[in-house]
Design a protein around this ligand. Structure first.
Ligand code: PPE
Length: 308
């Protein structure tokens, strides 16, 4: 998806012009995928533009770095303030997508990452529906990938590590070339893990099910956790449950969750329509409630928003 340029990017503690946010080609992260990132969204609310679940995202960034043994030279509070500053300075009244990135910079070559400098950047730009407006409204066509999701002992799936996205990219290429919108990846045990950039839910007999991220080798999604809370609050039974591919073929409803993607109905999996192929009632209700929550329209979830 193309980037819309904004004015400033936060780099290592200062705001620089968008065009000046560059790095050397011998940066460690470019060669070895040594880095971690976040995807956060800010939405317009009646109190002004507000960042959704800011602290949870920045805490996950620090957890990713802990796993990868990258020492971040900023505290959680400093990182949260930096995100807010980036959102404010770019003046994006319609909301934006925010990309905090920690990466190993220039100064060392060779696989050993321990002595490479740690760099931190935060950018923000307006980003529309990740899987398209039509996908959001009518549902997306999914294909189970021939690429497996990482074995957690090969790549730490609890970390949002930059290099790990080669796996997502391969699955995405395969799905798109085959005419689908997005891929579903199975873990090394053959169970459903997650998608290239989203977690996955199914609805069966009125019960909302999603794979437990640690067991499924999936990223513990903040949107997944948000939707689990919303679904419970709406009175649905929600369970973290291991799923296999036929659970998707036979689901009454299914949907994806992610910060970029938001809540997206699944129309079909491997050409088998999910339910009647249209967004189901529970999916639609969760999607609608999610959008109300992120836009600050529900009193109950105001605590998830930080006004920039
Ligand atoms: N799994 C993966 C592999 C993943 O990348 C994401 C987020 C999720 C699950 C959902 O996590 P959460 O955003 O906390 O609900 N993917 C981010 C990056 C997408 C991209 O193309 O870049 C995102 O949604 O921001």
């Amino acid at each position: 998806m193309p980037i819309t340029e904004t004015s400033k990017i936060w780099m290592d503690g200062t705001l620089v012009d968008w065009a000046d946010a560059t790095t050397h080609v011998l940066s460690h992260g470019l060669h070895y995928g040594t880095g971690a990132f976040e995807g956060v969204r800010a939405y317009p609310t009646s109190r002004g533009v507000a960042v959704f679940r800011l602290r949870e995202h920045m805490a996950r960034l620090l957890r990713s770095c802990k796993i990868l043994m990258i020492e971040v030279p900023f505290t959680l509070d400093e990182l949260c303030d930096a995100v807010l500053e980036t959102v404010r300075v770019n003046d994006l009244p319609g909301g934006c997508y925010i990309r905090p990135l920690v990466y190993l910079g220039y100064g060392e070559m060779g696989v050993n990452p321990l002595n490479a400098p740690v760099r931190v950047a935060i950018a923000a730009w307006p980003w529309g529906a990740y899987l398209g407006d039509e996908g959001l409204a009518r549902g997306v066509r999914m294909k189970i990938s021939s690429w497996q999701r990482h074995d957690p002992n090969a790549m730490p799936t609890a970390a949002k590590g930059t290099g790990m996205y080669l796996n997502s990219g391969l699955a995405k290429i395969e799905a798109i070339k085959a005419g689908y919108d997005e891929a579903i990846m199975l873990g090394p045990d053959g169970r459903i893990s997650e998608c290239t950039g989203e977690n996955l839910f199914v609805v069966r007999n009125g019960v909302v099910l999603t794979p437990p991220p640690s067991i499924a080798g999936a990223l513990p999604g903040i949107t997944q956790e948000t939707v689990v809370s919303i679904a419970s609050d709406l009175g649905y039974e929600v369970r973290f449950e291991t799923l296999i591919r036929t659970d998707l073929y036979l689901a009454d409803e299914a949907f994806l969750t992610g910060t970029a993607a938001e809540v997206v109905p699944i129309a079909s999996v491997d050409d088998r329509s999910v339910g009647d192929g249209r967004p189901g009632p529970i999916t639609s209700r969760l999607q609608e409630t999610y959008f109300q929550a992120v836009r600050g329209e529900l009193e109950r979830y105001q605590g998830w928003l930080t006004v920039a």
